[in-house]
Design a protein around this ligand. Structure first.
Ligand SMILES: [Zn+2]
Length: 140
């Protein structure tokens, strides 16, 4: 519902998530965000009840919240315009980066199942493990 002047209405963006309206409460704007818990159904949340997460490397965003009724965590990807709208409404945002290991140059043959079995065996064999550790120490 849209009322003249003090409140704004945003159209729903998806089934699980919608920013329902901004209502004026005295001099403070209170933002209510409608989200859906898979177990409990539709919920009304404040900006402090959910958090945005943005992967800086891929620019993919999501929001997540913990349901006050069942304590289940719900996470949902969110499109750029919706992300921006939530951030502008005051929802906090955590930024993160992909692990640096994803950008490492790799060389050598791929690790095989046999390599893993051999490694597992070496971990359970004290003499092999000690020999491997000695080898690593000598190389460094
Ligand atoms: Zn719930």
């Amino acid at each position: 519902m849209r009322s003249a002047g003090s409140s704004r209405t945003f159209a729903p963006f998806c089934l699980l998530f919608a920013l329902s309206h901004v209502a004026r409460c005295r001099t403070v704007h209170m933002t209510e965000i409608r989200a859906t818990c898979e177990t409990c159904g539709d919920l009304q949340l404040g900006v402090d009840d959910l958090t945005l997460r943005l992967c800086v490397d891929t620019a993919v965003g999501e929001f997540h919240f913990t349901c006050a009724e069942c304590s289940k965590v719900t996470a949902q990807s969110v499109s750029g315009p919706t992300f921006d709208l939530l951030q502008a409404a005051g929802v906090s945002c955590d930024e993160w980066n992909l692990p640096q290991e994803l950008f490492e140059q790799r060389s050598g043959p791929r690790i095989t199942h046999d390599d893993l079995l051999e490694f597992h065996g070496a971990l359970n064999d004290d003499e092999s493990f000690a020999a491997a550790m000695d080898s690593l120490i000598r190389e460094s």
